[in-house]
Design a protein around this ligand. Structure first.
Ligand SMILES: Nc1ncnc2c1ncn2[C@@H]1O[C@H](COP(=O)(O)OP(=O)(O)OP(=O)(O)O)[C@@H](O)[C@H]1O
Length: 702
């Protein structure tokens, strides 16, 4: 039976078509199966380079370009264009099968043929070629075919490869880009996705289309067609990169992790994986760090489930609980003990002071609070002997045994006060919840999927470990340690989670343009960042396939001038058609956020501060860099990136007091700027007054 498939490029351009045309496309293809029985009217194209391209009439003016294989019965709708443009587009192109991935590829052979002689001439006088150290056989193994090879051989510099992007099928371009950016052939091979087991027949286009789930959606009937056409922006629901798909579908023998730079689809993968695991019948917890992000996960999961052709949304959703990790702790605690009295930071400080006074000790309350959290709670230290032997990595100067004994005395006194007065902190609630779950015979979940994993603290990891039995597909962890804003550095092995040999990395950024991504990655260059597992992580190789404007960096004399510049920037975006709700403004502090909202309001630009549980939809969203975590905006302005504000002086432990803590605080401030900048999809403006932040200064004048 004839099957309709939708190519990714079609859905990308679909929202730009006018509504009556979009509706007409739906009508034409909703009847596709019946029409093919009765003889579907697909026009042949005279003078075509590939006679498998056909057109189909949408209305008097519009045509669909369809790929119709000689054998098989899958028809792929590639584009919808005006009559002349459609014929021209189709005449210039050829379809082929990638021998490494088995997927279908389409390329503009006319443009390739026209460019090659010129590039060959240029290469003759060049001292070296870009891929001279890579053998033909290696390139072929990676799917570079005989049409691409001559071009690859005459490239002499990365900028030429950049310019040749439109001439090559995206997967082949990506392979060359990976090699040009220093990846080994093995690394590039791993990026192509799981190896295909069957032999690839280069002439069997039908099989190739069926294998191309990263670019082609095989439509299961009119309902799925309508759902895909109704949400053309949500491409993540439909097309997964082969590496994303393999991570979503894999069966792991234990905890597994996916990492990757900003915008590489870690959240997308987490949502698909939770959906898939729920479908197998298990109870799933989909969790993250904040309540706002948990709400976003929940609505995306719903969208995915409700538009799935299987029609089992209610059943699947009933098996998934979506809640942030503090809420899980709170719920488990309350179910066992009822209400709880949570200690405010001021009250906590008073308690530390009380203990110090009673014991006649001379420490600062801040030091003790940190020692308790980062050493005692993080390492689950329970006795004086354990504390004496505990590692205090990153806690500054060493302490003598006598010194430690006094600190332990203070911490024990503090805990006694908490117990006496039945007072709790987030950390002790989490610790108690983990203990309760550990005691219970049955665990509440069969699978846990964690997003924004880099921000969880050891206590939260222990809670999650206790909430699921050890076994296949128990914990799935998505995160990027370059974006750590809250949690301390954690080694998963130390909290009983062993991910060795079960980790994957995503490298293609689907959010940001290459220009914005490249600039933002510069903020992190040279920084050493852990990988949650005792090793080092890197975001090298993270790249975007989208092109766009360079980030705009502006230094002004005063804060007032910077505010005026911001108003001007936001206005220029709205005048260009960007909706206020598609614009984000990030600042380091709440005070600056308030000033920005007030100024935008005064200038007649409707704006609102991002707050807990509040993501404005039709107003410019202004928020602290912390609040920007996990969000994205078409246009993003980062303000107040001045040396007096970023790093925020109050957030840095003095270097003389504790060099380790200082380095960690500094890294967190850098990550804040990195997170804020990588929220942009199309435009990024970064501004400061007086002197730029040292994080920016370093890339302004490397
Ligand atoms: N396969 C895909 N096809 C199309 N769009 C995708 C795909 N994967 C991800 N995206 C889109 O890319 C953007 C970033 O995805 P996502 O938020 O999952 O990335 P992330 O790695 O979690 O980002 P961050 O770490 O920066 O928060 C989203 O708009 C998402 O819809």
């Amino acid at each position: 039976m004839a099957r309709l498939a939708l190519h990714l490029d079609l859905l990308k351009e679909f929202p730009n078509l006018e509504k009556p045309v979009r509706e007409r496309v739906g009508e034409v293809f909703a009847k596709f199966e019946e029409a093919t029985h009765a003889g579907l009217h697909l026009e042949k194209i005279t003078g075509a380079r590939d006679d498998r391209f056909r057109t189909i009439r949408i209305d008097q003016y519009w045509r669909g370009v369809v790929l119709a294989p000689e054998s098989g019965d899958t028809y792929t709708l590639l584009r919808v264009m005006g009559h002349d443009e459609a014929y021209d587009w189709a005449k210039r192109r050829k379809a082929s099968v990638n021998l490494a991935t088995g997927g279908v590829e389409i390329r503009d052979v006319a443009a390739l043929d026209a460019s090659l002689p010129h590039m060959e001439r240029m290469a003759r006088s060049a001292p070296e070629r870009l891929f001279e150290n890579v053998k033909d056989s290696e390139l072929r193994r990676l799917g570079i075919d005989e049409h691409t090879l001559p071009l690859a051989r005459v490239l002499t510099a990365p900028f030429q490869l950049e310019a040749a992007r439109g001439l090559l099928p995206p997967v082949q371009w990506d392979v060359l880009y990976g090699l040009a950016s220093g990846m080994t052939p093995e690394e590039v091979w791993a990026e192509l996705g799981p190896a295909i087991v069957e032999d690839v027949d280069p002439h069997d286009l039908d099989a190739a289309v069926r294998r191309s789930s990263d670019r082609v959606l095989l439509v299961e009937g009119p309902e799925e067609l309508m759902s895909a056409l109704a949400h053309p922006f949500d491409l993540w629901r439909i097309y997964l990169h082969p590496v994303q798909r393999s991570v979503v579908e894999a069966s792991y023998r234990g905890p597994a992790r996916v990492s990757g730079g900003p915008g590489t689809g870690k959240t997308v993968v987490a949502i698909h994986r939770a959906h898939r695991l729920a479908r197998t019948g298990g109870r799933v917890l989909l969790t993250t760090f904040t309540s706002t992000l948990a709400d976003a996960l929940e609505s995306s999961l719903r969208l995915l489930a409700e538009n799935d052709a299987a029609g089992d949304a209610d059943e699947v959703l009933s098996r998934v609980r979506v809640e942030h990790v503090d809420r899980l702790a709170n719920r488990v605690f309350r179910e066992a003990h009822g209400g709880l009295d949570l200690l405010s930071p001021q009250r906590e400080r008073q308690l530390w002071e009380q203990v110090l006074e009673e014991l006649g000790l001379d420490f600062s309350p801040g030091f003790l609070a940190e020692e308790w959290r980062q050493v005692v709670l993080a390492r689950k230290v329970e006795t004086a002997a354990e504390y004496l032997a505990a590692k205090r990595t990153g806690r500054g100067r060493g302490m003598s045994a006598a010194h430690r004994a006094r600190v332990w005395q203070a911490i024990t006194g503090f805990r006694a006060l908490l117990a006496e007065q039945n007072l709790w902190t987030y950390e002790t609630v989490t610790e108690e919840a983990a203990r309760l779950l550990g005691e219970e015979g049955s665990r509440p979940f069969e699978h846990i999927v964690v997003d924004e994993a880099q921000d969880l603290n050891p206590g939260q990891w222990r809670l999650l470990r206790a909430a699921v039995d050890e076994g296949a597909d128990d914990l799935f962890i998505a995160g990027d340690t370059h974006q750590r804003l809250y949690g301390p550095q954690v080694s998963l092995a130390e909290v009983g989670i062993n991910i060795r040999g079960r980790s994957a990395k995503l490298r293609i950024n689907y959010r940001t343009t290459a220009q914005i991504l490249e600039w933002s990655l510069g903020l992190m260059r040279g920084q050493s960042v852990d990988d949650l597992d005792g090793g080092a992580d890197s975001i090298s190789g993270c790249r975007s396939e989208m092109r766009g404007a360079e980030p705009v960096l502006t230094g002004l004399a005063t804060w007032q001038a910077e505010l005026e510049h911001l108003v001007h920037t936001v206005r220029s975006w709205t005048e260009a058609g960007v909706l206020p709700g598609e614009i984000g403004v990030a600042a380091r502090s709440n005070r600056v956020v308030e000033q920005v909202v007030a100024e935008l309001d005064r200038q007649g630009v409707s704006a609102r501060a991002l707050a807990k549980g509040n993501t404005p939809e039709d107003e410019v969203a202004v928020g602290t860099m912390h609040r920007m975590k996990g969000l994205e905006f078409r246009c993003m302005a980062v303000v107040g990136a001045a040396d007096s504000k970023l790093p925020a002086p109050k957030s840095l432990t003095p270097e003389v007091e504790d060099p380790g803590a200082y380095a960690r605080d500094l890294m967190r401030e850098r990550s804040l700027l990195f997170v804020a900048c990588t929220r942009a999809r199309e435009q990024l403006s970064v501004s400061w007054h007086e002197n730029p932040s040292p994080f920016i200064e370093a890339i302004l004048s490397p």
